[in-house]
Design a binder for this molecule. Structure first.
Ligand SMILES: [Mg+2]
Length: 429
């Protein structure tokens, strides 16, 4: 079975209408997927995507098409052995890499394609991606990673040792995963565009639904932030964890001052306090405040994760399934985070990101970091109905998917309806 065609789609959801997804830096997002299907001459296809918030989704689609050409002719059987080198050939395309390297639109495109390859490989194997990964040997896992520019922090040999230590506990953790799932927190109660009464009502609802942590957006005026954080803390009580997300808005000194004002409300973490590229800025903030500093959803690649994790600037590691080059590069980050003892609490605020990233967390739990205090996965509660196999959350916990693949496949009807600009949802606007 060979890949015969790379088919793309620009799929956008008009979420800016009701402000779901809004934050201090992005007031009007239209959650979008630059979607790709790897068709084969057999009966399987691999689906993947990267996430954007509207304009620019077309640029990602064009980059996926440009980069995806090299996958035509790839034998699906070879994915079992060669997915490391194939992923590297996408991120290191000798000419297209100039557009990054390994960052921005071209890297988002690589992420979409590599995720689609994993969907195809897992479908061919008849297992979900988390299970496929969790059953690989340490040597096979390490062979998936591009080690270039990482070995000053972690060598492949050290990574094998780290993974070997987790092998004896794999079966027991998998049993617990299947029985109990992994904890989730929700962001859907506290988008910045929501008025106070909506935030309070939604926070009460999600606590009643079993969530043990909520996150709200901050980064408005100091008075607004204090009022919202106080309101939410009073609504959820002292026993539910509360995280806040500033979405990059503050200067470094300002972040320190603003976080100190909010710390009295017992925060689980403060997320993206400043520029996602500012490693030294994050370190200064982390050194100055008590509350843990979280970041990673905009961290461009494994080399930046290395610096963040090694320096202590990233105290909660927020991988994103689509920002970096898919599963392979996320494995590098999981290994680095395990080495430095930083809990991985993935970012999933976007269309389909929950569906994808749950697999990486489950793999991390079973085969990499194992039991780790503070591990929790974001849940943004909208647009799941567009997927064939939406996430299954019960009592505030992600349940392990059982279907083969990456749970990345969208309904054909959703793609047709929300296709930009000619689908019926958009053509009438
Ligand atoms: Mg965030």
């Amino acid at each position: 079975m060979k890949i015969t065609r790379v088919v793309t789609a620009d799929v956008r959801f008009p979420t800016s209408v009701d402000l779901a997804g809004s934050d201090a830096m992005h007031p009007d997002p239209d959650y979008s997927a630059a979607y790709v299907t790897l068709e084969t001459d057999g009966d399987l296809a691999g689906d993947g995507f990267t996430f954007t918030i509207g304009r620019g989704n077309d640029l990602c689609v064009a980059a996926i098409a440009a980069l995806g050409r090299q996958l035509v002719g790839v034998d699906v059987r070879d994915l079992e052995r060669d997915l490391g080198p194939i992923a590297r050939s996408l991120t290191n395309d000798t000419q297209l890499r100039w557009l990054g390297p390994e960052k921005g639109v071209i890297h988002l495109a690589a992420g979409a394609l590599i995720n689609a390859l994993w969907d195809l490989r897992a479908k061919a194997a008849g297992v979900p991606v988390w299970k496929l990964l969790a059953d690989l040997s340490p040597v096979e896992i390490v062979a998936l990673v591009d080690w270039r520019h990482l070995t000053d922090a972690l060598t492949p040999e050290e990574a094998v040792e780290l993974l070997e230590r987790a092998v004896p506990g794999r079966a027991e953790r998998e049993r617990r995963l299947l029985a109990e799932g992994l904890p989730a927190y929700t962001t859907s109660a506290g988008w910045i565009g929501y008025p106070d009464d909506v935030v309070a009502a939604r926070c009460a609802d999600v606590v009643a639904a079993g969530y043990r942590q909520v996150k709200i957006k901050v980064g408005a005026s100091a008075e607004d932030d204090l009022r919202r954080v106080r309101l939410v803390r009073e609504t959820i009580g002292p026993d539910i964890r509360l995280a806040v997300d500033a979405n990059q808005t503050w200067e470094v000194a300002e972040a320190i001052e603003r976080i100190r004002q909010l710390e009295r409300y017992d925060l689980a973490w403060v997320e993206e306090p400043t520029s996602p590229d500012d490693i030294l800025g994050h370190l200064a903030i982390a050194d100055a405040v008590e509350v843990p500093i979280a970041t990673g959803e905009h961290c461009q690649n494994r080399v930046m994760f290395k610096q963040f994790l090694r320096s202590g600037a990233m105290e909660i590691c927020q991988i994103d399934a689509c920002r970096v080059a898919g599963v392979n590069e996320n494995i590098a980050t999981l290994l680095l985070a395990a080495k430095y003892g930083v809990p991985v609490c993935p970012h999933a605020g976007g269309v389909g990101l929950c569906e994808l990233v749950q697999h990486l967390s489950m793999f991390d739990f079973v085969a990499v970091a194992g039991d780790q205090p503070g591990r929790i996965i974001e849940m943004a509660d909208h647009l799941h109905e567009h997927f064939l196999h939406p996430v299954d959350i019960r009592d505030g916990r992600y349940r392990a998917p059982a279907v083969p693949g990456f749970t990345s496949t969208m309904h054909a009807g959703s793609i047709a309806a929300f296709r930009f600009p000619d689908g019926p949802v958009w053509s009438g606007r």
